[in-house]
Design a protein around this ligand. Structure first.
Ligand SMILES: NC(=O)c1ccc[n+]([C@@H]2O[C@H](COP(=O)([O-])OP(=O)(O)OC[C@H]3O[C@@H](n4cnc5c(N)ncnc54)[C@H](O)[C@@H]3O)[C@@H](O)[C@H]2O)c1
Length: 367
């Protein structure tokens, strides 16, 4: 085990379009329609491009394991089970989150454009990945959105003051579109660090940041292995009682209000499936009497960015800006994938029936 400062993991850089083609080939091999495989590849590669490797192509082995457990359902579509006008309840049926969340957002966007607002309760989706992707879908349609998500039955985070895992990493996300400018996108796990980032750190032999983890007795630790090897520890909620409170509301709004389920003794998962439930509130800003809204938003962002820099800080970012910076860099230089993750993806490709020869051809993508 090395620390963050000294770890020098070898990682490959793969052009985004080639990585996208590989991901698409894996899911078509598994039995997805070309459209489904495309949506999954769009989502996973976009997560890597934005710097969230925790939710990128490294998820493929877990999805393949979930498919093998007969949990992840291929070629399944979102189903509106209750239509109350501005409130839609959508069943995800353990279909690919990359498909059912996309379709649920399409429904909500259409309704919000017509009615000014729509609340979409999506339940029972297989992992919906980086939530910012869904907020960006709404923002491309000119709509504001916020999203409360639970990771149902998959506790990894200790409650504030607790010493064992009781809550999911429950992400919260909000986005604000700006004509002629990129949207503001706030998108984070309510754990101090995302679980997937501990998978990446574990694979790369790095330490966790201080304060992010506790061991099985509740003592602070820097070792990401406590999330991967028994005896298991927990992630901590970000921001003490505040992050815990937000995680709890994600659990209730996402899991309970959608008609899905929350995390408790009766719902603990026993398979490789990751089930997400999401409450999305999608609003047409034009429905407000707010002709100066954009100017006010822009003035606020300019105001905070004009703050003198604190020691050790190079710039002040607006929400969503770090992802844009990383995206531009990775579009130019390729997406880094560490060898352990690459091997796991290759094994997953073989597990869904890809031939050794084809998998070897894809491995030649490394540069
Ligand atoms: N589907 C699921 O079950 C699930 C669960 C947990 C997390 N996630 C996803 O994991 C991803 C990673 O979450 P995370 O908690 O690691 O995110 P993070 O800690 O990297 O925070 C990201 C957010 O903070 C902003 N940000 C980052 N650095 C900043 C800076 N220096 N100044 C200003 N703003 C800054 C970003 O623009 C972004 O909005 C998210 O996309 C989230 O949706 C998904």
């Amino acid at each position: 085990m090395t620390d963050n400062a000294t770890a020098q993991p070898a990682s490959f850089r793969i052009p985004a379009d080639q990585l996208h083609a590989y991901v698409k080939a894996i899911w078509e091999q598994a039995g997805s329609t070309p459209r489904e495989a495309e949506l999954v590849a769009d989502h996973l590669v976009a997560a890597n491009l934005t710097g969230h490797d925790s939710h990128g192509v490294g998820m493929i082995p877990r999805y393949v394991a979930s498919l093998a457990d007969a949990q992840l359902q291929l070629n399944l579509h979102a189903e509106v089970v209750k239509d109350a006008g501005a409130v839609l309840t959508v069943e995800g049926g353990k279909g690919f989150g990359q498909v059912v969340a996309f379709e649920a957002m399409e429904q909500g966007i259409g309704r919000a454009k017509r009615l000014g607002i729509c609340a979409v309760g999506l339940r029972g989706a297989h992992h919906i990945g980086r939530i910012g992707h869904w907020a960006e879908q709404c923002a491309r349609a000119g709509l504001v959105s916020f999203h409360f998500v639970n990771v149902a039955g998959d506790p990894l985070v200790a409650p504030f003051g607790g010493a064992d895992r009781r809550i999911g990493t429950n992400p919260f996300c909000a986005a604000y579109p700006r004509p002629g400018k990129p949207p503001l996108v706030l998108d984070f796990a309510t754990s101090t660090v995302a679980y997937g980032k501990m998978r990446v750190a574990y694979n790369q032999g790095k330490h966790a940041p201080p304060g992010a983890l506790i061991d099985h007795e509740g003592f602070p630790t820097l070792e990401p292995k406590v999330m991967h090897e028994p005896p298991f520890g927990s992630l901590t909620p970000f921001g003490g009682h505040k992050g815990f409170g937000l995680a709890a509301m994600c659990e209730i709004f996402g899991g309970a209000l959608s008609g899905g389920f929350t995390t408790h003794a009766d719902t603990l998962g026993t398979t490789n499936a990751i089930i997400n439930c999401m409450l999305s509130v999608i609003i047409d800003p034009a429905a407000f009497d707010a002709p100066d809204a954009q100017a006010e938003a822009d003035a606020f962002i300019a105001w905070v960015k004009a703050s003198p820099l604190a020691a050790g800080t190079e710039r002040i970012y607006e929400p969503g800006e770090p992802e844009r910076v990383t995206r531009a860099q990775r579009e130019a230089e390729g997406i880094p994938v560490d060898p352990a993750t690459w091997t796991q993806i290759r094994e997953a490709a073989l597990a869904v029936g890809m031939s050794d020869e084809e998998a070897a051809r894809w491995s030649a993508l490394l540069r």
